[in-house]
Design a protein around this ligand. Sequence first.
Ligand SMILES: Nc1ncnc2c1ncn2[C@@H]1O[C@H](COP(=O)(O)OP(=O)(O)OP(=O)(O)O)[C@@H](O)[C@H]1O
Ligand SMILES: [Mg+2]
Length: 461
Amino acid sequence: MAKPTLLIVDDEPSSLELLEGYLRDKGFHVACAVTGTECIDKARSLQPDVVILDVRLPDRSGLEILKELRKGENPPYVIIITAFHDMGTTIQAIRSGAFEYIPKPIDVDELEDAIQRALELSRMRRRQAPAGRPRDQEFKKGEIIGKTREMNEIFKTIGVLSANRVNVLIEGETGTGKELVARAIHSHSAWKDQPFVAINCSAIVENLLESELFGHEKGAFTGAVSSKKGMFEIAEAGTLFLDEVGEIPVELQAKLLRVLQEKEFLRVGGEKPLQLKARIIAATNRNLRSMVRKGAFREDLFYRLSVATVRIPPLRDRQADIPMIVDYLLKRIGTELQHRIEGVEEAAMQRMIRYSWPGNVRELENILTRAAILTKGNLITDAVTAPLLNKTHPGKGTDEPPKAPENQPAESERERILRVLNEVHWHYGKACEQLGISRPTLSRRMKLYGIESKSRRGRSS
Ligand SMILES: Nc1ncnc2c1ncn2[C@@H]1O[C@H](COP(=O)(O)OP(=O)(O)OP(=O)(O)O)[C@@H](O)[C@H]1O
Ligand SMILES: [Mg+2]
């Protein structure tokens, strides 16, 4: 095999030179870039095996660059280096497809160890994927999976509702696919080329929600330095999706009701009435009827919004859909993680069917993502899923007692770290994520417990 090519991206000349010299001495082809744009250009022309990327760059965020590098057919492995070693960035980086995450000051042994592991994987990938092999990983974005009677009813309803413009209320527990259904109604309709605008009514502070919805004129309130369109205007003749509509404060409910009745609205501080052209789809995971009974939600608004309703049943009430959804999600996750999962062991599938899924499909997706990261081969085994499902909601949904390590004599921290490191093949980023600690903490603990990095062990002098 030809000399492996590395691309180092860092805007600090001194650290760039140091690394370049060191890695060149180790026998790599080394190219350098000092900005994000240069990095993308060189990655395109040189097709490096590994990119060593500083997250803090002058022109663009390193995480953005990372995502861009990881697109495409055979993306390079990316090792992130940074001085900002917090858990959040680590997780985000690993999620966005970083291979490893190394804090500054860089321990060169650790870096070389990561490079060697990345190159090993890239050799494996080349052996496994002969050029031109069709990708069978395709899945349609936004597809709603299900074959139960309940889901079939929902598909039919989507068909009916996409043909007319009545307001729709979508009800369902968290993670059941409410937004997915709202988007499907929009994208199957005749006005699918118009905007679909989503606003989460619970995520915006109360006194800004009105101007978010209706827009405002310059000077309407302190801080309104220029006029701004609201979501009703931005949605044009498309769909306005009011997520978590139950969280709209009572005073604003009155204004919203008036808009729906009169098909007209004013920007905050504005005088010219604007036409309401968008179709409204609202969603809630709360019981709006009982909120109406308690006086927390206006009854008249409730009726305006729920001309048609779609109720999505929780996942535990449509167990027969679980295997299909699992297959679908695994394809999607496999594409995201660049880690192909072929299937799920029968015992693991049975466990997932029995589980109660309080977080519904979103929780299923999270669990499968974690399982895909933890699993060694291409099959998700029950050994991997069992602790994931027991840990999140102990005792719920499974009829077996939780397995080790929880109810065994406490595993020492050293043993735990070693076990996790072995499970993730010494991928420090993944180990941190699983252990719930930051990179520097992991380094310190490894030193404390005398756990040596794998490269140093291999070299055992
Ligand atoms: N039937 C389904 N088939 C495939 N994917 C699904 C299905 N239902 C939900 N999902 C996926 O699960 C995730 C959660 O869906 P979505 O965001 O639509 O749920 P939600 O009900 O709006 O959740 P929340 O109440 O948390 O806002 C998404 O990634 C979505 O693609
Ligand atoms: Mg949602």
